[in-house]
Design a protein around this ligand. Structure first.
Ligand SMILES: [Zn+2]
Length: 300
């Protein structure tokens, strides 16, 4: 396949998979970010969250930090149609735990931290599919290029969040929920089909690392943890030169199954939409529901 980018941009489709998950395609190549169809119920404070909410009819198991966790294979098979590449923002379970199954099933190339790489290897993803990065890499692949942008995790637990741990090599599987350490956090600048899409999987960024990037679209994490950061939305959009398309991500209650009410989370994310409108009045801003596809048209 040619490394040339098309002279006219292709139509880019971005489908929200819930949590921080996305499927992005130019009609030729499928790229996933942080796919998490399992949406497991969990309890424990290590991730800054309260215990899993319960919904009528949701009889799924609740995982504690010491419990081995298992992907919901049926749900993944139902929701994921392919993956040439999987980008992983960090190795917490809700970004990483479903990636080994997907990567093995589709032969996907997986890009992520050393911790992400160790998880992939432990679950039997072949080394040839694993790309461990530190941040700062700008890799050219045949169908696309991807710049790994050093970033930061959401300031969960009222800014008390800290996870300096890494996932070791040669760990035993199945992993326990609490073993999915952060391992460092990245954003990704994906260049595909003549477009640039900047993707975040967590509510934070390093201003100097994004300053001067000029993406056509930015997927910006919109959970309420962002409110613990100084002028999160304003600083980010100004540093990026006001992208013309801004899409909210990571806004939902991710322990709730697909189809459960998300009214409170949507109302909260609506305040992010207002922040974007105040900062970048010319931008198109989208708060996507699960499996909604946001399209970047060639003439847009
Ligand atoms: Zn996390």
């Amino acid at each position: 396949m040619s490394t040339d980018q098309p002279s006219k941009p292709l139509r880019i489709s971005m489908t929200h998979l819930g949590a921080a998950g996305w499927e992005i395609t130019d009609g030729r190549t499928i790229v996933l970010l942080d796919p998490f169809p399992s949406r497991i119920r969990y309890k424990g404070k290590a991730f800054g969250n309260t215990d899993a909410p319960s919904y009528p009819g949701d009889h799924r198991p609740v995982y504690g930090l010491d419990d081995p966790v298992y992907s919901d294979i049926e749900e993944i098979d139902r929701r994921i149609r392919g993956a040439h590449y999987v980008l992983v923002s960090h190795s917490h379970f809700n970004h990483c735990m479903d990636v080994p199954y997907i990567a093995r099933k589709y032969g996907s190339k997986v890009i992520g931290s050393g911790s992400t790489a160790n998880i992939m290897a432990a679950y039997g993803v072949p080394d040839a599919q694993i790309y461990a990065v530190h941040g700062g890499q700008d890799y050219q692949f045949p169908e696309l290029s991807v710049r790994v942008v050093p970033s930061l995790h959401s300031p969960l637990a009222e800014r008390h969040y800290f996870d300096g741990d890494a996932v070791p090599r040669n760990l035993k599987v199945p992993m326990r929920l609490g073993e999915f350490a952060e391992g460092g956090t990245f954003a990704y600048l994906l260049r595909i089909g003549g477009r640039q899409i900047l993707m975040f999987g967590s509510m934070n960024f390093i201003e100097r690392e994004v300053e001067g990037l000029r993406p056509d679209a930015a997927l910006v994490a919109a959970g309420k943890a962002r409110l613990h950061l100084y002028d999160y939305t304003g600083r980010l959009l100004r540093a990026l030169g006001h992208p013309k398309l801004v899409v909210a991500t990571h806004w939902d209650v991710q322990a709730a199954p697909y189809g459960a009410p998300q009214d409170d989370a949507l109302a909260q994310a609506g305040t992010f939409v207002e922040e974007v409108r105040r900062t970048s009045p010319q931008a198109r801003v989208v708060l996507p529901r699960h499996f909604e596809t946001v399209v970047l048209e060639p003439d847009e």
